[in-house]
Design a protein around this ligand. Structure first.
Ligand SMILES: Nc1ncnc2c1ncn2[C@@H]1O[C@H](COP(=O)(O)OP(=O)(O)OP(=O)(O)O)[C@@H](O)[C@H]1O
Ligand SMILES: [Mg+2]
Length: 365
């Protein structure tokens, strides 16, 4: 799969940008703030219907304008699709494939998968467990739309159950019969979701370890452990016995929204004991594994977006990384770099077709 061309209109600092891409490597170079990451974000929109950076679509409209559009042509095998995402302030986002609109935006997820490695992705390692759940959930969602529907249902029932717990506290009562249907849904959904998550980690680990080994030349060993109460045989009992705490705290304290993914380096907690370069290597290996897992499942290669990837990695790891992503296991690649000389040199030995785009203040040469 590859992105053949893209047209941006009033998207962040790109007032009007039309680009045609190489099926191999595309490298956006330019000074800080020129609009390189914004180009990757536009591709992220086409794949995942939303920005990787802004939580609110209106922030993606060029300042002083009232709408943006992103149009892309995506080629997969023999078929070419035109994907259009447009957003007018205060209106519903429009998302169309070959001029046809979806009933729900979530139906699009997984059709044109991308894997993005961005500078603040190390939050996946350093932040609370919520962001790690989101990371693995986004992989599962791109793999299997059914999983996404399970998750949407879970979030819905969790919200309802929490609202009910709040209502009980306000009215100083507790109606077991009213709460029970929500608990039953959450228990059932937790069990199914945990099975999907466990399976993902099991498939993920050997590939992940191999990527990390290559990147670090075996200097450290790494591990990921998935921990969920929903996998325990007495999960239902545990759920029921948490009710007292739930009533006091006015929220649900057990279920897959509390699952943990523990990251280890040489048997220590990565967050506390990994260096910045080791954490970055871990992240890169996580993302390359995400790529492989999606590729194996879909039988085609996702698009890989590397934003400022070279920062914090030593020369050897950068060299390894370039070798890894430039080989034939990977498909179309987009890279940003504020230091054009460095990327030109790094990519000089690569045999793939490479295009350089110089980004200057929201315009591309
Ligand atoms: N909604 C918007 N309207 C206009 N300009 C915007 C909007 N959102 C962001 N920008 C501008 O886009 C620029 C940042 O673009 P981007 O993040 O793509 O830069 P970059 O080339 O990746 O820089 P760096 O090398 O620092 O990562 C900033 O100057 C910012 O003001
Ligand atoms: Mg950037």
């Amino acid at each position: 799969m590859h992105l053949k061309k893209v047209s941006l209109f009033n998207f962040k600092n790109h007032s009007s940008t039309d680009l045609g891409f190489s099926e191999g490597i595309n490298c956006f170079v330019g000074i800080n703030g020129s609009g390189k990451t914004n180009l990757l974000d536009a591709i992220h929109y086409l794949a995942l219907t939303k920005s990787a950076l802004n939580t609110v679509d209106s922030q993606s409209i060029s300042h002083g304008e009232d709408f943006f559009s992103i149009k892309g042509s995506i080629v997969n095998g023999d078929s070419e699709s035109e994907v259009l995402c447009s957003f007018q302030a205060k209106q519903k986002k429009v998302f169309k494939v070959n001029k046809k609109e979806y009933g729900k935006l979530s139906e699009h997820i997984g059709k044109f998968p991308v894997v993005l490695i961005a500078p603040n992705d190390t939050d996946i390692i350093r932040d609370s467990s919520e962001i790690r759940r989101k990371f693995f959930d986004s992989i599962l969602a791109q793999l299997d739309n059914h999983y996404l529907q399970l998750l949407i249902r879970y979030t819905h029932f969790l919200k309802q159950r929490n609202a009910l717990l709040k209502q009980f506290a306000q009215n100083n009562n507790y109606d077991k019969d009213l709460l029970s249907p929500y608990s039953i849904e959450l228990i059932t959904l937790s069990k199914s979701i945990a099975i999907h998550r466990k399976k993902l980690v099991t498939n993920y680990l050997p590939i992940f370890k191999e990527h990390y080994r290559k990147l670090s030349e075996g200097r450290e060993t790494v591990n990921i452990e998935y921990i969920s109460k929903a996998l325990l045989p007495n999960f239902e009992e545990l759920f029921s016995s948490t009710i007292e705490k739930d009533l006091i705290t006015q929220r649900t304290n057990i279920g897959i929204h509390k699952d943990e993914y523990d990251f280890h380096i040489d048997n220590n907690q990565l967050k506390k004991f990994g260096s910045q370069g080791q954490q970055k290597s871990f992240l890169v290996a996580l993302k390359l594994t995400q790529f492989d897992i999606i590729k194996n499942e879909k039988n085609f290669k996702p698009i890989l977006l590397l934003d400022d990837i070279f920062d914090k990695l030593d020369d050897l790891r950068i060299k390894k990384l370039i070798e890894m992503v430039a080989n034939n296991n990977f498909g179309q690649l987009f890279i940003t770099d504020a230091r054009p000389e460095r990327s030109k040199e790094l990519l000089s030995s690569i045999e793939k077709d490479i295009l350089f785009f110089e980004v200057v203040n929201g315009e591309v040469k």
